[in-house]
Design a protein around this ligand. Structure first.
Ligand SMILES: C[S@@+](CC[C@H](N)C(=O)[O-])C[C@H]1O[C@@H](n2cnc3c(N)ncnc32)[C@H](O)[C@@H]1O
Length: 296
């Protein structure tokens, strides 16, 4: 169960898609004074050294972050993500890479809270250590747990802040993760219908992926769904040729900006002529939308 280490994949094309969108969501939530709670169900180590042997061995950031750094005229959402990377690398060399918990905790204010879950016995102490490096006014409200994020997130719902983001980003090593993602978000929505839920998934040739995509798009809520293929699938079915982000109750500003950003990301991350993206949005019913605007 614990063979997955995110350090091999940090800053690859899938991390770029996930972290660009996630940064945009966090920035939107920061626009209002009211505090919010972030729950990261699968946190990883929080911070990655791209010069570490594992990153160097996989070389995945070459077709991810490196391409973004070399490109021109990035859209605003990408610029905000690059700012977060640059903050960690004042010498401009992009050696250290922020994982999802770092992106969130480094932005929190004293009225905001964070819960990160990480089950791996080696990743958890790294997460604890890394988040302590961040000087944040929310320090007392940053909690990390060596527990099952799928189960424990439900116990935190609804958060006392009544504004919240949950990011669900498992490794999908186990096929059962696909079902657990759907079951978990369904339980969250029962307890906290206004929650912004962010789901990452890999685009691989598996029935479980198609089934998750179908079930997500049938949800009776407002959603935004972006997926990006950087190349044609390999004939042997191996390798990650794309990934997707499904956002329930997306911030309005993100919905507006994402199509152009996806176009730019696809052009920048394309590894062959079959790179493509899709960006679909299902609107909320007007009544719920008004309620959400108050809650966000
Ligand atoms: C894809 S990585 C997370 C990357 C991180 N979200 C980021 O963007 O920087 C998935 C992590 O989930 C951890 N994990 C696996 N099952 C878990 C569970 N049930 N609860 C919490 N963490 C789990 C793995 O050990 C791994 O570190």
């Amino acid at each position: 169960m614990f063979s997955y280490r995110h350090a091999f994949h940090a800053a690859n094309h899938a991390d770029v898609l996930k972290h660009v969108i996630y940064t945009g969501i966090l920035d939107h939530y920061l626009q209002k004074e009211t505090g919010f709670t972030v729950v990261d169900t699968h946190a990883g180590a929080g911070l990655y050294d791209l010069e570490h042997d594992w990153s160097q061995q996989s070389g995945e950031c070459v077709d991810g972050l490196d391409r973004i750094l070399e490109a021109d005229k990035a859209p605003n959402l990408v610029e905000a993500y690059l700012d977060a990377v640059a903050e960690l690398n004042p010498d401009g060399l992009a050696r250290y890479y922020p994982g999802s918990p770092w992106l969130a905790v480094s932005k929190l204010r004293k009225q905001d809270s964070f819960h990160g879950f990480e089950l791996h016995p080696n990743e958890y102490p790294l997460l604890q250590h890394n988040l302590q490096l961040i000087r944040t006014p929310a320090k007392r409200r940053v909690h990390v747990h060596a527990e099952d994020g799928f189960k424990e997130v439900i116990r935190l719902m609804p958060p006392h802040t009544r504004r919240g983001i949950v990011i669900i980003d498992p490794s999908y090593e186990a096929k059962t993760d696909y079902k657990k993602v759907f079951d978990t978000l369904s339980e969250i929505l029962k307890r906290f219908a206004q929650c912004c839920i962010v789901i990452w998934y890999p685009v691989v040739q598996r029935e479980e992926v198609r089934s998750l995509q179908r079930r997500l798009e049938q949800l009776p809520v407002e959603w935004l769904h972006a997926s990006l293929n950087v190349k044609a699938p390999q004939k042997d079915g191996f390798g990650l040729h794309g990934s997707g982000m499904f956002i329930i109750n997306p911030p309005w500003g993100l919905t507006k900006e994402l199509p152009q950003t996806m176009k730019w990301l696809t052009k920048t991350l394309a590894q062959d002529g079959q790179a493509s993206f899709s960006c679909r949005h299902k609107e909320a019913k007007p009544v719920r939308r008004a309620k959400r605007d108050e809650d966000e």
